[in-house]
Design a protein around this ligand. Structure first.
Ligand code: SF4
Length: 677
C-alpha cells in the first residue's frame, strides 16, 4: 500500500491539507480543517508537477556549475563588501510568499538583526499589504478576526474584488456546500467583471473599478441614517465613529456606477442581516487606494459590532500559501517578527535582545516597487532574490528586469534552472521545492500547518533556510547554527513568548510544547478563536479606530481599463502548474477578455489577435469576446512569462503605481490602448 505523507498545498492561501506519495499520488486530507478532503484542479494535479525537468540541481556561478562552497562564498563576500563600502542599506533581499515560515524567519533575522537593514521585502507586498495596513490602522495590529467556519455560519456573504471560485476554489466550494444545506444563505459578488463567482451569486454588483470606497462609504452613511449602528459597541470599543460617518456622507454613490436600486438592495441586505461576512481579496488590495478600501469595509463592521462573532465579520483572503506566515515573522520591510513594529524602539530592543544580535535596523526598508527603483538608480549593490520572479511579476516588468541587470551582484535562489530573473543572476542557488522540504505555512484563517518532505532531495538542492544560514555564518555572524526547521520554529515560538509583554495579537503559546514532527494544523491564538467580539483591540487604549475615508477621484476614461488576475488552473508564472497538461487545457494561451461592443469597435472577432499598448509596454493577446467583460474594461491573465510568451507577459503593461500607505501596486486598473493586430 502507498505510504502517504500529510502535507499542505503550495498554492493559494486557503492552505488545503494534502496526502502525498512519491509515486505522484495526491489526495485531499480529510482531517485538515481548511479543506476536509477537498482539492481544486491545481491541488489535485500536484502529482504531475514533481518531476525534475527544468530543475536547477547544482549551484551556478557566472553560468557555470560551481560548488556550494564557491557559490555561497561569493554571495557572502559580495554582500559583505557592499555593506563595508556603501553601508547596510546598499543590499537587499526580495523574498516570497512561497517560502516556508522557517525560511522567512532566518532571512528576516539576517537582514534586520545582523546586516542591520530592513531592505527585505516580499512578493506578498503584491498580495495583501493593503490588508495589513488596513488592519493595523483599524485594530492596532495585523489581526484577521474571523475563521473559515464563519463562511458556513453566515446568512450573507459579500465577496468584494474576489473571483473566489477560481482563486480560492476550496473556500468557494465550502460556501456552495453551505448554500445547498441553507438555501437562505445569500451571496453578493462585487466585481467590475462578471466571473465564475458571479454566476453562483444571488447578486452581482458590476461596480466601477475602484468604486469600492464610494460603495462602503454609502453603506456606512446608510447604517447611520437607519440607526443601524451598534451604539453599545461603539461607545465601549470604537474611536472615530462620528468623523468616519461625516466623511462617508461626502462620497458620491454615482462613483460606484451602480443604479440606485442596486445600491438600495445591497445596503438593505447588509444592514438587514446580522450574520454577514465581507470577504475581500486582490480587487480590494491591488489598488492605489487599497488600504482605504480595506478601512472603508472595516468601518462598516466596526460601526455595527459585526466582528469576531460566528458568521459575522470581515475576512481577507490571502493569495499565497504563506503570505500570512511571512507577515508573522516580519518578512516585510516595515515589520518585525511576531507582529512587533520596526518603528517602536522598545519592540526593536526586545527583538535585538532576544536574537543577541549586533544591531537592528531602526528604520523601514524599501518596499517592493521602491526596492527595484533603487536598483535602477544604482543604490543597491547586492541583491538576493529568493523563490520569486520579479522580472515578470512586478508592475512595469521590463523596467524591473533592467533594474535587476543594473545591480552589480545578483544572487537568485530558485527550484528552476531558467527563469527571467535567474537569467540575470551572477550566482544561482538550487533550492529544494514542495515535497522536498520541511517547514510550516499559515493560511488565511491563521492556521499553521506543516509542509512535509515526501520526495528525496534532488541533486545538490538545499532548503532556503539552510542556504541563508550558511551565508550568514560565512559573513561572520553567530546565531545561525540551525540544523533543522524544527529548531527555527522553536526559536520563533520563543520570540513570541518574549513579545507577549507588549500585548500583541500573535499569541503562539498554543505551540509552546508542540511536537513539530507531528504538528497538526493549528490556529493561533487557539483553535476556533476569533477576535474583537468584546473589543480588546491593540491600540494603546484598547479601542478600534474608524478612519474617515475619502473616496478617490477616479481617473477619466482611458481608452480601455486593463484588469489582471489569475486563471482557474494556473499558479503564478506556471513553474509547476505549467507541467500538468490537464491544467494547460483550460486556457492554453494568453488572452484578452473583451466585451462584444468593444471588440466591434476595434474590428476584432473571436480568436483575432489584439495589440495592447501603453507607455510601459505592449503585448499581443488572443481576443476572448464575452459579455462577462464590462464595456471599456478588458481582462488579461498574469501567468505568462517573458520566456514562455513574451507578448503575453501582462505585467509589462502595468504602471508602477502603488497605494501610498501600503506600497501595494495597483495591478487592476491600467490604462491601455487596443487595436487589431
Ligand atoms: Fe491548493 Fe488553494 Fe486549491 Fe486548496 S484551494 S488545493 S490550497 S490551490
Amino acid at each position: 500500500m502507498t505510504e502517504l505523507t500529510r502535507t499542505t498545498c503550495p498554492y493559494c492561501g486557503v492552505g488545503c491539507g494534502v496526502l502525498a506519495a512519491p509515486d505522484g499520488t495526491i489526495q485531499g486530507d480529510p482531517d485538515h480543517p481548511a479543506n476536509f478532503g477537498r482539492l481544486c484542479s491545481k491541488g489535485s494535479a500536484l502529482g504531475e508537477t514533481i518531476d525534475l525537468e527544468g530543475r536547477l540541481l547544482t549551484p551556478m556561478v557566472d553560468n557555470a556549475p560551481a560548488s556550494w562552497d564557491t557559490a555561497l562564498g561569493q554571495v557572502a563576500e559580495k554582500f559583505s563588501a557592499a555593506i563595508d563600502t556603501y553601508g547596510s542599506d546598499s543590499v537587499a533581499f526580495y523574498v516570497s510568499g512561497q517560502l516556508l515560515t522557517e525560511d522567512y524567519y532566518v532571512a528576516n533575522k539576517l537582514m534586520k538583526g545582523y546586516i542591520g537593514s530592513a531592505n527585505i521585502d516580499t512578493n506578498s507586498r503584491l498580495c495583501m499589504a493593503s490588508s495589513v495596513a488596513g488592519h493595523k490602522r483599524a485594530f492596532g495590529s495585523d489581526t484577521v478576526p474571523q475563521t473559515y467556519e464563519d463562511l458556513e455560519e453566515a446568512d450573507l456573504i459579500v465577496l468584494v474584488g474576489s473571483n473566489l471560485a477560481w482563486c480560492h476554489p476550496v473556500l468557494f466550494q465550502r460556501i456552495i456546500e453551505a448554500k445547498k444545506t441553507r438555501p437562505n444563505l445569500r451571496i453578493i459578488n462585487i466585481d467590475p467583471r462578471r466571473t465564475a463567482t458571479s454566476e453562483f451569486s444571488d447578486m452581482h454588483l458590476n461596480i466601477a473599478p475602484d468604486g469600492d470606497i464610494a460603495l462602503f462609504n454609502g453603506l456606512l452613511a446608510h447604517i447611520a441614517d437607519q440607526g443601524a449602528q451598534n451604539n453599545v459597541y461603539i461607545n465601549a470599543y470604537i474611536n472615530g465613529y462620528e468623523d468616519a460617518v461625516a466623511t462617508a456622507r461626502l462620497s458620491n454613490p454615482a462613483d460606484t456606477d451602480l443604479s440606485p436600486a442596486e445600491l438600495e438592495a445591497f445596503y438593505t441586505a447588509w444592514t438587514g442581516t446580522e450574520k454577514v461576512v465581507t470577504l475581500y481579496s486582490q480587487g480590494v488590495n491591488q489598488s492605489s487606494c487599497g488600504s482605504d478600501k480595506v478601512n472603508a469595509i472595516l468601518n462598516c463592521h466596526l460601526a455595527t459590532g459585526r466582528i469576531g462573532k460566528p458568521g459575522c465579520g470581515p475576512l481577507s483572503a490571502t493569495g499565497q500559501p504563506n503570505a500570512m506566515g511571512g507577515r508573522e515573522v516580519g518578512g516585510l520591510a516595515n515589520m518585525l517578527a511576531n507582529h512587533l513594529d520596526l518603528d517602536n524602539a522598545a519592540h526593536r530592543d526586545a527583538v535585538q535582545t532576544f536574537w543577541n544580535s549586533p544591531t537592528i535596523s531602526d528604520h523601514q526598508g524599501l518596499k517592493a516597487v521602491d526596492l527595484f527603483d533603487a536598483c535602477a538608480r544604482g543604490e543597491i549593490k547586492a541583491l538576493w532574490v529568493m523563490s520569486t520572479n520579479p522580472a515578470v511579476s512586478l508592475p512595469d516588468a521590463n523596467r524591473v528586469a533592467e533594474a535587476i541587470a543594473n545591480v552589480p551582484f545578483v544572487a537568485v535562489s530558485d527550484i528552476m534552472a531558467r527563469t527571467d530573473t535567474g537569467d540575470l543572476a551572477d550566482v544561482l542557488l538550487p533550492a529544494t521545492g514542495w515535497g522536498e522540504k520541511d517547514g510550516t505555512v499559515t493560511n488565511s484563517e491563521r492556521r499553521i500547518s506543516r509542509q512535509r518532505a515526501f520526495l528525496p532531495t534532488p541533486g545538490q538542492c538545499r532548503p532556503d533556510w539552510d542556504i541563508v544560514a550558511d551565508v550568514a555564518r560565512r559573513m561572520g555572524f553567530s546565531g545561525f547554527d540551525y540544523t533543522s526547521p524544527a529548531e527555527i520554529f522553536a526559536e520563533y515560538i520563543a520570540l513570541g513568548d518574549a513579545a507577549q509583554r507588549f500585548h500583541r495579537d500573535l499569541d503562539l503559546s498554543v505551540f509552546a510544547d508542540v511536537d513539530y514532527a507531528n504538528l497538526l494544523p493549528t490556529q493561533w491564538p487557539r483553535n476556533g478563536a476569533r477576535f474583537f467580539a468584546e473589543g480588546g483591540f491593540y491600540h494603546a487604549d484598547g479601542k478600534a479606530k474608524m478612519l474617515p475615508i475619502s473616496a478617490p477621484k477616479l481617473s477619466q476614461n482611458p481608452q480601455f481599463s486593463l484588469n489582471t488576475g489569475r486563471n482557474r488552473d494556473q499558479w503564478h508564472t506556471m513553474t509547476r502548474t505549467g507541467k500538468a497538461p490537464r491544467l494547460g487545457a483550460h486556457l492554453a494561451e494568453p488572452y484578452l477578455e473583451i466585451h462584444p461592443s468593444d471588440a466591434a469597435q476595434i474590428d476584432v472577432v473571436e480568436g483575432d489577435l489584439v495589440a495592447v499598448e501603453n507607455t510601459c509596454g505592449d503585448g499581443i493577446l488572443r481576443a476572448l469576446i464575452t459579455p462577462r467583460a464590462t464595456p471599456g474594461q478588458v481582462f488579461a491573465p498574469m501567468h505568462w512569462t517573458r520566456q514562455k510568451a513574451p507578448s503575453g507577459m501582462i505585467n509589462s503593461l502595468i504602471r508602477p503605481e502603488v497605494d501610498p500607505v501600503s506600497g501595494q501596486p495597483a495591478s487592476k486598473t491600467g490604462a491601455v490602448e487596443l487595436r487589431k493586430f
